[in-house]
Write a protein of this length. Structure first.
Lengths: 272, 296
């Protein structure tokens, strides 16, 4: 008895130490955001006078909001668009499967395998010629298409879990397809749709290949804004930390909330 | 009221097509147009700085690309980066999944903390590591080195690729853990209990029960990570810019240099084709694995 309690304590201690080490860079970044620039570069210490100066300074640079707003528009815009395109598709795959359904799903998955860098040149030139370079519309298009396969897959697995009898019953009562989707399917699978949407928001928010290459200033989201801190001159650690904390906070919360369901989307249903 | 229903039934074969058409069409265009253009450009003499030189080049770009020592350096860097990150994240992820599956005080919170790095945007994690952790004078590592009275390491100049591997592994270890932790939860507890009754120790249980159970999840993790790790970009872009020299230039970064810094569209496209082929070799296996899973 005593032995097993001790063992459990040791396991817990080990797990907590590892958790703390892995989380440490994030913890340290949040802490540094509340320091002055001088404190930020002096010897590491947990004791300092916290200040909101860095936050104030980052916010005062009016452009912070521009970048944050771009991130919001681009990630939510592309997510809503992807859901609108994906829901009918996933609905038909889950409830009206044909011989082609499996092939279509796998083909969609395979489009995700195209490495972005492989098509950087044509996309860049197409965007340049159509005036989409450095526009939010351009990024919304890219992110919608980038996440569409994952969104379809995730919705498909959630829809498939729904007992078919429920939809049948609705059909018996004379519900049209649209009514069926709006009043039965959507409310019943809302948690699934929500976590699909959140995963899409997270992936778009954190995307840093297209955003760095396709935007310069007007449409640049937070990933690109943070990248501008990479220049080495001046004291900027506290400001970098404050800006970073604001940039990752909402997404971290989304991630924590949906980690369970997210595994399905990330592994295309191969791990449940 | 039943009429639209009945009508829908009769054209049942067409309805799935109509509902799927938007998604399928858009994805098809998204895939085929850039792909065709990349292949086409890779056969062209096309440099944005020398518009008069344009014309069909045949396989010239590939010839230049494959005789360019930078390609081989970047390929080796790509393989080292992918290989090391995979080893660290898969081995670490498996062990951590076993650890975090045990019951202990505050397990839920500890899990949340450990998974967090996966949700941090790449530019933030790269810059936080570069400055707050690895800075040779004021970083945490330098401070720890001083505590032990040793010389702080100048990470990005003396161990550039190792530094990138550390940052990328930090981001992807939580991904591996998240997937494997989910998979391990479906492990049959009775089986483990039976093995324990028969006198199997924890190590035997790990190798003969847990690991076989995780086999599929591990292969999924390996393949998904491979596809993403082949084209790591932002972490290099904000820390080393591929340097010093070519020490941290991977294939993705080389293509970026050729395309957007040298404006050599033809050459960059040839590199793009190489990247697509590499990714597809991995993708074939992944798609097969997922397909097997769709059967049930």
């Amino acid at each position: 008895m005593n032995h097993s309690t001790l063992k459990r304590f040791a396991i817990g201690l080990l797990a907590w130490v590892i958790a703390f080490i892995i989380f440490f860079p994030i913890f340290w970044m949040v802490l540094t955001g509340f320091k002055t620039e001088v404190d930020a570069v002096s010897d590491p210490s947990l004791i300092f006078t916290p200040t909101l100066d860095s936050y104030a300074e980052v916010q005062q640079r009016a452009d912070y909001f521009k970048f944050a707003w771009n991130s919001v528009i681009v990630s939510f815009g592309s997510t809503i668009l992807a859901l609108l395109i994906a829901i009918p598709s996933a609905y038909s795959m889950a409830f009206m499967p044909t011989k082609r359904t499996k092939g279509t799903l796998l083909w969609m998955l395979s489009t995700k395998m195209l490495p972005p860098v492989g098509v950087l040149v044509p996309i860049y030139l197409l965007f340049r010629d159509t005036g989409l370079l450095d526009t939010r519309t351009g990024l919304v298009i890219v992110y919608t298409l980038m996440n569409l396969p994952i969104v379809v897959w995730m919705l498909y697995t959630f829809f498939k879990d729904l007992p078919r009898d429920i939809l049948e019953a609705g059909r018996m009562d004379g519900a049209s397809t649209l009514q069926e989707v709006l009043y039965l399917l959507m409310p019943l699978t809302l948690p699934g749709i929500a976590s699909t949407g959140l995963l899409s928001v997270i992936l778009s928010w954190n995307e840093a290949f297209w955003s760095l290459n396709l935007t310069t200033s007007q449409a640049a989201p937070l990933t690109a804004y943070i990248a501008s801190f990479s220049s080495p001159e001046g004291l900027f650690w506290a400001k970098l930390s404050a800006a970073s904390t604001m940039a990752i906070a909402p997404i971290l919360v989304f991630g924590w909330l949906t980690q369970k369901q997210m595994v399905r989307g990330l592994t295309f249903g191969a791990v449940k | 009221m039943n009429k639209p229903r009945a009508a829908g039934r009769t054209v049942g074969g067409l309805r799935p097509l109509a509902l799927q058409a938007p998604a399928v069409t858009l994805l098809f265009l998204w895939m085929i147009v850039p792909l065709a253009m990349t292949v086409w450009f890779s056969l062209q003499r096309y440099n944005l700085l020398m518009p008069t030189m344009a014309g069909f080049a045949g396989l010239e770009n590939y010839e230049y690309l494959f005789t360019d020592p930078a390609l081989w350096t970047s390929m080796i860097n790509t393989l080292l980066l992918v290989g090391w990150v995979l080893v660290i994240t898969v081995v670490g992820g498996t062990l951590l999944a076993v650890l975090f599956q045990q019951e202990f005080f505050g397990r839920g919170i500890a899990r949340v903390l450990v998974i967090s790095p996966f949700f941090v945007m790449p530019t933030v994690s790269a810059l936080v590591w570069k400055n707050l952790m690895m800075h040779p004078a004021n970083g945490i590592f330098a401070w720890i080195a001083q505590l032990f009275g040793t010389q702080p390491v100048d990470w990005f100049s003396s161990l550039p690729l190792t530094s990138i591997v550390m940052i990328v592994a930090w981001q992807w270890l939580p991904f591996a853990l998240l997937i494997l932790l989910t998979a391990i939860q479906s492990l049959d507890e009775d089986q483990v209990e039976a093995a324990r009754m028969d006198g199997a120790g924890p190590i035997a249980i790990f190798f003969f029960i847990t690991l076989p159970h995780l086999k599929r999840a591990i292969s999924v993790v390996i393949m998904i990570e491979m596809i993403f790790l082949l084209t790591v970009f932002a972490e290099i872009f904000v820390t080393t810019s591929g340097g010093p020299g070519l020490a941290t230039t991977n294939l993705a970064y080389l293509i970026y240099i050729r395309a957007l810094l040298d404006f050599d569209v033809g050459m960059a496209s040839a590199g793009g084709v190489v990247a697509i082929i590499l990714a597809n070799i991995v993708a074939i296996f992944l798609v097969r694995l997922v397909a097997r899973n769709l059967e049930d």
